[in-house]
Design a protein around this ligand. Structure first.
Ligand SMILES: [Zn+2]
Length: 395
């Protein structure tokens, strides 16, 4: 499989060994997760090479990805809008607030970027015929769409509480789906049992090196849409941490390449009913502990054992950010507030706003700060939850 001029292998985050792209998942030496690494001199990238292009999808950023543009499985993901929300700046006591609206992605979710790249690796590098993923819903839907794009079979393992929209679209894209009784951990168990018997390419977060790699393109777009400056802070709703870790990787690359001065402080926003990262942050711990009784209405955030927990904490520490958790009612109110400002905010996106409100109360922001709130999922997928919130208020 051809790789790009800049791609220099997959580096183990535990032992540091660099492997070739022929390694599919974890480090063969120690089992650590792998990160793509690059020779930035060979990349010779300028801002013009990283302009968002809705037609090209993540192929617009191929100079800084492992695989060349013509090999990438894309359906036009990325190139999502950065929407100014001046009405929120007073509330947060900052200069400017923007929503990076990832609901505009192909299947309506931020993780399209990473799954596009991971499915590319499955199809082009590892000659996979099948891909599989455990998911709260959005990951399964995106996997089904991108597998269809690449001509692969997909197998999604979702808990029974997964929204109807996700289940329906997994089927509509032609994917195989196992609906597992219980919660996310039960879906993971079913996935792992199947994987022990099948020769499928795993699309699980941080198992494949490519989901958090594709997610880094979010940082490129925020920079490009901010005239190649870094915002002061980005608040990202966080489950496994794939997108936040990718955001950190992208922001660091831009600084290393000299394309942007400085990096944003990164803030992980979680739901109070399932907040292993926020709890670890509060305790000053280096890694997360399993959240024993996950219970939030915001399904995409109900991840009790984040695969990227320690890596998120590292990113928060490295950038001077923090983790924060808010309750379901505050999260839903946050999403509806943004919806009333004309943004199709998902419930999980509401966590970015309610989290930012709590951070503002804690003094995390300066009056001249530019703050970006990431909406990871379109409100169209979660309309029932948002509407129920209005009804609970008698509206
Ligand atoms: Zn290793």
């Amino acid at each position: 499989m051809e790789t790009t001029a800049a791609f220099a292998g997959l580096r183990c985050t535990d032992c540091g060994t660099v492997h070739g792209a022929d390694v599919a998942h974890r480090c063969p030496d120690c089992g650590g997760s792998l990160d793509a690494t690059y020779d930035y001199d060979a990349a010779d990238v300028s801002p013009a090479d990283l302009e968002p292009d809705a037609s090209a999808g993540i192929a617009a950023y191929a100079d800084l990805l492992p695989f060349p543009a013509d090999a990438l499985v894309t359906a036009g993901e990325g190139a999502t809008p950065l929407v100014a929300c001046p009405g929120l700046a007073d509330d947060l006591g900052v200069a400017e607030v923007y929503v990076k609206d990832e609901g505009h992605n192909t299947t309506g979710a931020a993780l399209d970027r990473g799954l596009a790249l991971a499915v590319t690796a499955a199809a082009a590098t590892h000659d996979a015929t099948d891909v599989a993923v455990p998911s709260m819903g959005n990951g399964g839907q995106a996997a089904a769409a991108y597998a269809a794009r690449a001509g692969l079979e997909s197998h999604s393992f979702v808990p029974s509480r997964t929204p109807f929209v996700n289940k329906a679209m997994i089927n509509v894209h032609g994917g195989d789906m196992s609906v597992v009784g219980g919660r996310y951990a039960d879906a993971v168990d079913a996935f792992e049992e199947a994987m022990s018997e099948e020769d499928w390419y795993s699309l699980a977060a941080f198992e494949t090196p490519y989901r958090h790699e594709g997610a880094k393109t979010l940082a490129y777009e925020i920079a490009a849409q901010s005239d190649w400056t870094a915002p002061d802070a980005v608040v990202h709703p966080t489950g496994h941490g794939t997108e936040l870790v990718g955001l950190h990787r992208g922001a660091r690359e831009l600084a290393e390449l000299g394309l942007v001065d400085g990096e944003p402080r990164l803030y992980a926003a979680q739901a109070g009913g399932c907040a292993p990262i926020a709890a670890a942050w509060e305790d000053g711990a280096e890694d997360t502990e399993v959240w024993e009784t996950p219970d939030t209405i915001v399904g995409p955030l109900e991840i009790p054992d984040p695969a990227g927990g320690s890596r998120v904490i590292d990113a928060l520490e490295a950038t001077g950010g923090a983790a924060v958790a808010t309750g379901d009612q505050a999260i839903l109110e946050g999403a509806v507030t943004l919806a009333e400002a004309g943004i199709t905010m998902g419930a999980s996106g509401g966590a970015a706003y309610s989290g930012a409100q709590t951070l503002a109360e804690q003094g995390a922001f300066d009056p001249d700060d530019v703050v970006v709130l990431v909406n990871p999922t379109t409100g169209n997928k979660e309309a029932d939850i948002l509407r129920s919130h209005l009804m609970s208020k008698g509206i």
